[in-house]
Design a protein around this ligand. Sequence first.
Ligand code: CDP
Length: 225
Amino acid sequence: MKKLVIAIDGPAGAGKSTVAQIVARKMGYVYIDTGAMYRAVTWLALRQNLTVKDAAAIGDLAAGAVIELTYAAGKLVVLANGEDVTGPIRTPEVTGWVAEISQILPVREAMLVLQRNMAARGGVVMDGRDIASRVLPDADVKVFLTASIEERARRRWKEMLDKGYTVDLEELKREIADRDRKDYEREYAPLIQTEDAVLVDTTAMSIEAAVDEILKICEEKSGGI
Ligand code: CDP
């Protein structure tokens, strides 16, 4: 059977990474977390004390960066220039800056090249914001995964709590809404639901149900190929 290319886009907290990872495992495909790549660039920039005002320098940094997504004991490991940044890229500081850094065009161009190379052999599930619209416009399956802002904030709040961070739910909601706005409204490759994408609203849906829904779409697609 032809190996599919599956694109999953959507806003923060919709469940993309959890769902995409399970879909990839069930299909024997590779999961590519493009948000982790933008987070890795953000982490590299912050470490060099670069701010969004240093857009050109951050662009150069992204173009020269070696960003690798690998697996150890079934878990995603993110390497930035050989350094394991899996934990550090999820800190509130990186989360607070990533949407700004992701607006820098040379950063997006550098990631685009890496992401297309990663998907070149097919058999991939890639999640992000601009996958269906820009990175992989010819993807076989396109899903727009979303949920209400309240539900997305609640999920992220629980995730942070499990990691040992104490965060205020209302503040988190504001932060997510702010990041949504930056992602939806940015000039280059904004978050968008393409016309050919299937909308999956996970507000009242379990992870398993969302996975099943996507697997069904993939099955229908493979049948038609
Ligand atoms: O984990 P969460 O859903 O909060 O976000 P993420 O997928 O890790 O992505 C973090 C940020 O990276 C997003 O808010 C976007 O600003 C940016 N991003 C992007 O611009 N394009 C992508 N394809 C993926 C992420």
